[in-house]
Design a protein around this ligand. Sequence first.
Ligand SMILES: *[C@@H]1O[C@H](CO)[C@@H](O)[C@H](O)[C@H]1NC(C)=O
Ligand SMILES: *[C@@H]1O[C@H](CO)[C@@H](O)[C@H](O)[C@H]1NC(C)=O
Ligand SMILES: *[C@@H]1O[C@H](CO)[C@@H](O)[C@H](O)[C@H]1NC(C)=O
Ligand SMILES: *[C@@H]1O[C@H](CO)[C@@H](O)[C@H](O)[C@H]1NC(C)=O
Ligand SMILES: *[C@@H]1O[C@H](CO)[C@@H](O)[C@H](O)[C@H]1NC(C)=O
Ligand SMILES: *[C@@H]1O[C@H](CO)[C@@H](O)[C@H](O)[C@H]1NC(C)=O
Ligand SMILES: *[C@@H]1O[C@H](CO)[C@@H](O)[C@H](O)[C@H]1NC(C)=O
Ligand SMILES: *[C@@H]1O[C@H](CO)[C@@H](O)[C@H](O)[C@H]1NC(C)=O
Ligand SMILES: *[C@@H]1O[C@H](CO)[C@@H](O)[C@H](O)[C@H]1NC(C)=O
Ligand SMILES: *[C@@H]1O[C@H](CO)[C@@H](O)[C@H](O)[C@H]1NC(C)=O
Ligand SMILES: *[C@@H]1O[C@H](CO)[C@@H](O)[C@H](O)[C@H]1NC(C)=O
Ligand SMILES: *[C@@H]1O[C@H](CO)[C@@H](O)[C@H](O)[C@H]1NC(C)=O
Length: 569
Amino acid sequence: MKFSATILTALAASAVANYAPIKVECPKDVNISRPADGLSHQEADYINERHKKTSKALREYLGGLDIKARGNNTFDTDSFLNETSPKLAIAAAGGGFRAMLVGAGVIAALDKRVDENNKNGGFLQSADYLAGLSGGAWLVGSLVLNDWPTVPEIQADPQIWYLNKSLVGSVEPGSMNTVGLFAKVLADTTSKLAAGYQTSLTDQWGRLVSYQTINSSHTKGGLDATEVTWSGIRNISSFVDHEMPFPIILGTSLFPGTSHDVDQIKFNNSIIEMTPYEWGTWDKNIRQFVDTEYLGTEMSDGKPTGNCTRRYDNAGFLMGTSSSIFNMDMKTLGFGGFESVLLQDLFSALDIVNEGSFNVAVYNPNPFYQQVGMQTNQTISKALYVCDGGFDKETIPILPFLQPEREVDVVIAIDPSTDTEESWPDGESLRATQNKSDWEFGDDVFPKIPSNETFISKNLTTKPVFFGCNTTNLKTYKDSDRYSPVIVYVPMSDITYPSNFSTGKLSYTNEEQQRTINNGYNMMTRSNGTEDSNWDKCLGCVTLLREFQRRDSDVPNDCEQCFSDYCYN
Ligand SMILES: *[C@@H]1O[C@H](CO)[C@@H](O)[C@H](O)[C@H]1NC(C)=O
Ligand SMILES: *[C@@H]1O[C@H](CO)[C@@H](O)[C@H](O)[C@H]1NC(C)=O
Ligand SMILES: *[C@@H]1O[C@H](CO)[C@@H](O)[C@H](O)[C@H]1NC(C)=O
Ligand SMILES: *[C@@H]1O[C@H](CO)[C@@H](O)[C@H](O)[C@H]1NC(C)=O
Ligand SMILES: *[C@@H]1O[C@H](CO)[C@@H](O)[C@H](O)[C@H]1NC(C)=O
Ligand SMILES: *[C@@H]1O[C@H](CO)[C@@H](O)[C@H](O)[C@H]1NC(C)=O
Ligand SMILES: *[C@@H]1O[C@H](CO)[C@@H](O)[C@H](O)[C@H]1NC(C)=O
Ligand SMILES: *[C@@H]1O[C@H](CO)[C@@H](O)[C@H](O)[C@H]1NC(C)=O
Ligand SMILES: *[C@@H]1O[C@H](CO)[C@@H](O)[C@H](O)[C@H]1NC(C)=O
Ligand SMILES: *[C@@H]1O[C@H](CO)[C@@H](O)[C@H](O)[C@H]1NC(C)=O
Ligand SMILES: *[C@@H]1O[C@H](CO)[C@@H](O)[C@H](O)[C@H]1NC(C)=O
Ligand SMILES: *[C@@H]1O[C@H](CO)[C@@H](O)[C@H](O)[C@H]1NC(C)=O
């Protein structure tokens, strides 16, 4: 009778309608909407505090590498970084569970808490920003919403990432079974509809995503963390203490009156950023953000038209938006087996629940509704449609770090894509980012990315590669003397495991999960330095490259060697 007990508990918990947004009086001291004329003061404050920690951590991390300058002298990182210190970021790409797990391995390799002998550990502690998209957003969500555990800690937790189970539940006794799960999903999302907010497939999908990313023991919401919101990250202690990099997840918005077909999505579709503070876009035709906490508030020209809404920014809904892939053929994504049947059954029933067929996330009310002065028609429709952040082919969330306002110098770009016929990366995502950057910032701000053929023939997919080292051929941002960040491209390859599973694969055995994560770890550490004993220094050196260039200073001998080994020119 365990099943029915689960269902009953589930339904009882949702009877309080934790998922449904609520109406509140609008706060007097908050601007619900603002033009993106710079960083929000909250993000700027966060980064200011975080950077005090990261600049110290970076000195420790680099100090442990014993980078040699001229002769046999150790390069003095302490005095070099005494006054200014670069900002580092990490971008975790999409590609379902595969991407989440490969990304997790890379993050573990950068985290000094995981293995004190690993000299790449410390980069994570030195990073100011962490972005995720789709499967990468699940990774970021798992880390952030659970109060910043290490990857091995998540792996040890049976509640997260569902070892030997699947996104759509399991029939194992004692766990949330499929029927109970679906009952709960429907009860939750129906409560949102009943509260007067349009739901879509992404609401149900987001429930499934949150069940496997949030450890309920860390939340106040009881059974399944239903009430965890993205703005609620502001209250998580590792965030309050600036112990974590500033998290950002991405979605892609659609133009009104256009087909939701993924083939229609191009680089001029606006990329939506979702941070604990803001939801919106830097897209040159919009450049507007709303306060994440009050997402779902009915707006006209940036002003609330009545009371405000809270709890619309459910964490599962936002992570679900970033991974909302159902405007694409599920077969293409490699969905198969029993999960696919279950998902399709669930989804075919949902048109009735959602009172309409919406295969992408519906943000109704549209935060940009009737906004005056925008070069886009995304202001004309009451609802804004948003889908997977990678559907313009920019599957690695680099864009947030190209915004010159963020002053990022280095981005680790994890690429777990399956671009080639054999399902390995070939740089497609970087080429899409180059297109976007050319459109948004002008040509040559982002480095020229070579063709897929070049990627394969020059072995750019077998080990990390630095793009954009040489600024001679780059332009600075308009009205600025800054160059775009150096991209540390970390492609998925078969170092110790063929981890190129299909995006639609929803259940991983314990072994598959462990070995996929371990492969990511080996990609990032170059197999603990066994493929190149200099690698540790090289990852350290690249964090300083833009700073060397800005100061036009001597480059330490070790770093010169590294740039010649890892820079693509
Ligand atoms: C706004 O909220 C206040 C307090 O919750 C309530 O008294 C009022 O009726 C609400 N107004 C509208 C228009 O919903
Ligand atoms: C709200 O916006 C106005 C106008 O841009 C600005 O003067 C004010 O400081 C903002 N308030 C807050 C709390 O950010
Ligand atoms: C360089 O210094 C290290 C210790 O930091 C020492 O072990 C090594 O022998 C020195 N090499 C040369 C060429 O002096
Ligand atoms: C860094 O700067 C401070 C104050 O300017 C100075 O006291 C300190 O000695 C410097 N540290 C190094 C390693 O240069
Ligand atoms: C989940 O919560 C439990 C109870 O607080 C804790 O023991 C466990 O370590 C948590 N898991 C993670 C990954 O933080
Ligand atoms: C997962 O399944 C494998 C084989 O079916 C089994 O050996 C392993 O113990 C299981 N792991 C967990 C955590 O249930
Ligand atoms: C943070 O916690 C406080 C106290 O519980 C609460 O009043 C506030 O609404 C929370 N903030 C967010 C954004 O959830
Ligand atoms: C909105 O703009 C997009 C992009 O320019 C265009 O494709 C679409 O047809 C427009 N939609 C409407 C309803 O005008
Ligand atoms: C490179 O991309 C083109 C166009 O997408 C494709 O036709 C070609 O087969 C690809 N080449 C390789 C080596 O994958
Ligand atoms: C690429 O790697 C293969 C296998 O390691 C090697 O044989 C080949 O020479 C490399 N090609 C280039 C251009 O480095
Ligand atoms: C940078 O590019 C310029 C122009 O292509 C070239 O002359 C120069 O040697 C390059 N510098 C390095 C360090 O590769
Ligand atoms: C590198 O070290 C880690 C342990 O820190 C281990 O899990 C991994 O398998 C090692 N990689 C290789 C290629 O031996």
